[in-house]
Design a protein around this ligand. Structure first.
Ligand code: KIV
Ligand code: ZN
Length: 516
């Protein structure tokens, strides 16, 4: 039996991750990601900031009700109204946590909060006590701890632990620290606080200097036993510490760490693909652990070495983080049960029989057009099939695009809008441009295209293209996805998906609205 201590993994993809400009997620998308995180076995899922908007409240509530094996956490400023709202959102959780915070750096206290240090301590203690009325599991963060004075940090932390905080999280909010400095900070706090043994020390590092993972690991070496992180390192500005990097560093270097997480790392790729598909934030090919090239050996010397003995150039096994060998998993004659079983293996949970039926119909259609169907195809297809059909006011009926050398491309589209078929025609600079204009001539979303990206899901010329379209209207940002072997059709699907979101009443304000 392992004698290692437990390293708690606190995932904040749905909260801090969503604060990446453009990475907004709907409630249902958040639930899907939360279910995948649960399957990854993360200990705590920070599902949102309930006070930020009614949409955020609903999303935290939905995640709290859907997730059973991970603890679900809601963020709250150190204000009564925020804490009450978080408590309310978490009512249905099997295990809930309230995470409350207030800034402690001189610059934040003076310029942002306009509060004295004494007032900050009093408010922090009051907030923790109030949160304890809802749950025994309260976490406190001194925001901008990385630029706070250590004596003051000691004072605040000792007081909040005495008030009932069971986790004290040390955020490097602006990503200013470097590893030995940050590690020492954690070591000193643990040494100096008389009640340090009554709370778990946690860290939350931002990546402004590219040091979020290194700082988190340095802190773990000094006794931190919770790391806050996000899938693919998503997050405010340059992002947060990437979950997959922290977890794999600790797992791979067990000779250096006295702890380990309990994650099922084979689920990492599923989570990574799901998050990048939903947010439209593509993963760079050379990204550690989850980038397409993370396990690809280009140089002949390396290839030769790996063939002779894998460990000559590989420190982790690709399959341990969920990379499959692009296996052909299903074919055109596969039945519904095999399809459902493979999705389960992939960690994909469909909410209803209707979603399964829709996904299966798309699978059959794809199998007619594409010779080999890989896991990646299935994942894209499921993203397509779980688009909230009930809320889809606009559906693609047919698309015809004419593109010819020397001619301006022209698109003819037929859409069903609220069940009524309508046609649109437009020309454009290219076939995708013409298609978007034709759709827009019917839908009149009046939104601005902020991002258009295409990724080949697998290799080969018959690969599906996965398209993300980001639209903005009146400050509201939505992402649409579509996949197809024909990238113009994939683009049309993605544009229509984004339009359907724009046409729905705003679910939420951006989580950064409010003084956070
Ligand atoms: O970066 C930060 O300080 C935060 C806190 C709310 C923990 O996200
Ligand atoms: Zn943060």
């Amino acid at each position: 039996m392992s004698t290692k201590e437990h390293l708690i993994i606190f995932d904040t993809t749905l909260r801090d991750g969503e604060q990446s400009p453009g990475a907004s997620m709907t409630r249902d998308e958040k639930v899907r990601i939360a279910k995948a995180l649960e399957k990854l076995r993360v200990d705590v899922i920070e599902a949102g900031f309930p006070m930020a908007s009614p949409g955020d409240f609903e999303a935290v509530k939905a995640v709290a009700e859907a997730v059973k094996d991970s603890r679900v956490c809601g963020l709250a400023r150190a204000l009564d109204a925020d804490i009450d709202r978080a408590g309310e959102a978490l009512k249905g959780a099997n295990a809930g946590r309230i995470h409350t915070f207030i800034a402690t750096s001189p610059i934040h206290m003076e310029k942002k909060l306009r509060m004295t240090p004494d007032q900050v301590v009093a408010q922090a203690v009051h907030a923790v006590k109030r949160a304890r009325q809802y749950t025994d599991d309260v976490e406190f963060s001194p925001e901008d701890a990385g630029r706070s004075e250590i004596d003051f940090l000691c004072r605040v932390l000792e007081a909040v632990i005495a008030a009932g905080a069971r986790t004290v999280n040390i955020p490097d909010t602006v990503g200013y620290n470097i590893p030995d400095q940050f590690g020492n900070l954690i070591g000193q706090l643990r040494e100096r606080l008389p009640n340090a043994d009554q709370a778990v020390f946690s860290v939350h590092c931002h990546n402004d200097l590219g040091l979020a993972v290194a700082n988190s690991l340095a802190a773990v070496r000094q006794g931190a036993r919770q790391v806050e992180c996000t899938i693919n390192g998503l997050g405010e500005r340059a992002g947060n510490a990437a979950l997959e990097e922290v977890v794999m560093a600790v797992r791979t270097r067990q000779d250096l760490f006295e702890c380990d997480s309990r994650l099922d790392t084979t689920q990492i790729m599923n989570c990574s693909r799901l998050v990048s598909g939903i947010t439209g934030f593509a993963v760079q090919p050379n990204k550690a652990v989850v980038g397409a090239n993370a396990f690809a050996h280009e140089s002949g010397i390396h290839q030769d070495g790996v063939l002779k003995h894998r460990e000559t150039y590989e420190i982790m096994r690709a399959q341990d983080v969920g990379w499959s060998q692009n296996r052909m998993v299903l074919g055109k004659h596969s039945g519904r049960n095999a399809f459902r079983a493979r999705l389960q293996d992939l960690g994909v949970v469909l909410a209803s029989e209707e979603e399964l039926n829709a996904a299966f119909a798309r699978f059959k259609d794809l199998a007619d057009r594409k010779h080999e169907i890989f896991d990646e195809d299935l994942q894209a297809l499921v993203t397509d099939a779980t688009l909230d059909a009930a809320n889809e006011r606009v559906k693609l009926v047919s698309l015809r695009v004419c593109s010819e050398t020397g001619e301006r491309p022209q698109a003819d589209v037929v859409l069903a809008v609220d069940g009524v078929e309508r046609t649109g025609r437009a020309s454009g600079g290219g076939p995708v441009d013409a298609t978007f204009r034709a759709i827009e001539s019917i839908v009149e979303s009046a939104s601005v295209l902020k991002l258009y990206s295409v990724n080949a899901i697998t290799s080969g010329t018959d690969a599906q293209g996965e398209v993300t379209v980001r639209l903005e209207k009146g400050g509201r940002i939505v992402n649409g996805q579509g996949a197809d072997t024909d990238i113009v059709i994939a683009s049309a699907k993605a544009y229509i998906n984004a339009c359907n979101k724009i046409l729905q009443p705003a679910e939420r304000a951006h989580p950064q609205t409010g003084d956070v």
